[in-house]
Design a protein around this ligand. Structure first.
Ligand SMILES: Nc1nc2c(ncn2[C@@H]2O[C@H](COP(=O)(O)OP(=O)(O)O)[C@@H](O)[C@H]2O)c(=O)[nH]1
Ligand SMILES: [Mg+2]
Ligand SMILES: [Zn+2]
Length: 356
C-alpha cells in the first residue's frame, strides 16, 4: 500500500533501524498540529508526535505533509505515535509568518513544484519570481501552471512572455475546458509527488478535482453547508492521482517569504547572475561603478528595470533574514553562557554555605 505513496528501496534502507525497533513506516498525507493523518500498510492512522519529537519540533519545526515517519501503531484504535521522521529528499519551505528566522515546511519529499497563477487578474511576473525562487530552492523541479486559459484572449502569447522569464517549463491549462491536463500529467511519473502553490482563487483545487475526475477538494464554488461540499476534504491533503502520482493541494499562499534561498534566487535570476562577471570590478555593487555590465544591460534595454529592482529587493530580504538568524543564534549562545555562569556562581555560594 505505501508503495503507491512513493515508498522506495532507498527509503526501505533508511528505515531499517526503525524496522528493527519494531516500528511501522508511514507517510503523512495531512499535517495537523495535534494528529497527523498517516497512510501505512495497516490503513490510515491518526498519529501524534512522541514527547521527544514534540520537544524537538519547537526548534526544528513540525513534520509536514509528504514526510516519511516511523510509528508505533494501535491499529485497533486507528491511532499511532510518530517516533522519528526520515531524512527529507526535498522540501518546500517558507519563512513562518510570525518570525523572520523560523522555517515552515509546506511539503516534504516532493518531485515537482507547480507554481500556479491564473491567466487573468493574478498574472504578475514579480510574484512568480518569488514563488519560483522557493520552488527551485526546494530541490524539486519547478513548473509554471497558467490556469483559466478560457478567460484569456491569447493564452499562447502570454505563456511565451512568461516562459521567457521563468527558466522552467510553462504550461497553459483550463480546468473548465479540460485543456492541458494531459501535458500536466506528463510531468508527474508514477510514485512521484507534486505540490501546487499559488494565491487563493487561481484554481488549484479545481484543477486537482479535474485531474481526479471527481470533486474531492473543496473549491471556492462550494459554500459551507452546500450539499456538494459535504464529501470534499479541505486542502493540504496528499492524494493519489489516477496516473499513479501524488498531488498536494495547498491553501492560498499570497506571498512566500524566502529563507535560506540563495541558490533558488540564483536560478530564477540566472540572466542577471550571468552579467555580473562582465563588470569591470569583481566586487561591483552595480551602482555607479564604471564599466558595470548590469547597468549596461539596463541602459541597452536588455534587462527589465522592474526585474532588476525585484532581484535587489529579494537579495536584501534574504540577507536581512540571514542576519537576524545569526543575531538570534548569538543571543541564544549568550543566554546559554549566562545561565552556565549563574549555575557556577550559585554553586560556589553552596560550597561556602552548605546550608543554603
Ligand atoms: N473560468 C475558469 N474558472 C476557473 C477555472 N478553474 C477554477 N476556476 C474558478 O476559480 C475559482 C477559484 O477556484 P479554486 O479551485 O477554489 O481556487 P484555489 O483557491 O486556487 O484552490 C472558482 O470559482 C473556480 O470555479 C478555469 O479553468 N476556468
Ligand atoms: Mg483551494
Ligand atoms: Zn556591476
Amino acid at each position: 500500500m505505501i508503495e503507491q505513496y512513493g515508498w522506495t528501496d532507498a527509503l526501505q534502507l533508511a528505515f531499517e533501524p526503525h524496522a528493527r525497533a519494531g516500528h511501522l513506516a508511514g507517510r503523512i498525507i495531512v499535517q495537523r498540529r495535534e494528529a497527523n493523518l498517516v497512510v501505512t500498510d495497516v490503513g490510515n492512522l491518526s498519529a501524534r508526535l512522541s514527547g521527544r519529537l514534540r520537544h524537538e519540533a519547537r526548534e526544528a519545526g513540525h513534520p509536514a505533509a509528504g514526510d516519511w515517519v516511523a510509528l508505533s501503531a494501535n491499529a485497533g484504535e486507528g491511532t499511532a505515535v510518530i517516533h522519528a521522521v526520515l531524512p527529507r529528499r526535498t522540501s518546500l519551505v517558507r519563512r513562518a509568518a510570525d518570525s523572520v528566522q523560523t522555517l515552515q515546511v509546506i511539503a516534504a519529499n516532493i518531485d515537482v513544484v507547480f507554481v500556479v497563477t491564473s491567466m487573468n487578474a493574478d498574472l504578475n511576473p514579480r510574484r512568480l519570481e518569488r514563488f519560483l525562487a522557493a520552488a527551485w530552492q526546494s530541490g524539486a523541479r519547478p513548473v509554471v501552471l497558467l490556469t483559466k486559459a478560457d478567460l484569456c484572449e491569447q493564452p499562447e502569447a502570454q505563456a511565451a512572455e512568461i516562459a521567457a522569464l521563468a527558466g522552467c517549463p510553462v504550461l497553459v491549462v483550463s480546468a473548465r475546458q479540460g485543456l492541458g491536463l494531459g501535458a500536466l500529467m506528463d510531468h508527474i511519473s508514477p510514485g512521484e509527488t507534486c505540490v501546487l502553490i499559488g494565491s487563493s482563487g487561481v484554481g488549484k483545487s479545481t484543477l486537482v478535482n479535474a485531474l481526479l475526475g471527481e470533486e474531492r477538494m473543496a473549491t471556492q464554488d462550494i459554500r459551507a453547508g452546500d450539499a456538494r461540499g459535504r464529501h470534499t476534504t479541505s486542502y493540504r491533503h496528499l492524494v493519489l492521482l489516477p496516473g499513479g502520482g501524488l498531488i498536494l493541494d495547498t491553501p492560498g499562499i499570497r506571498e512566500v517569504g524566502l529563507i535560506d534561498a540563495d541558490a533558488g534566487l540564483s536560478m530564477v535570476f540566472e540572466d542577471i547572475e550571468r552579467l555580473a562577471p562582465d563588470c569591470r570590478f569583481r566586487d561591483c555593487r552595480h551602482g555607479n561603478e564604471p564599466g558595470c555590465a548590469v547597468r549596461g544591460a539596463l541602459e541597452a534595454g536588455l534587462l527589465d528595470a522592474e526585474r532588476w529592482a525585484h532581484f535587489q529587493k529579494l537579495s536584501q530580504e534574504l540577507a536581512a533574514s540571514a542576519q537576524t538568524k545569526d543575531r538570534a543564534a548569538q543571543e541564544a549562545e549568550r543566554t546559554r553562557l549566562a545561565r552556565l555562569q549563574r549555575a557556577y556562581r550559585s554553586n560556589k555560594k553552596n560550597l561556602r554555605d552548605p546550608s543554603a
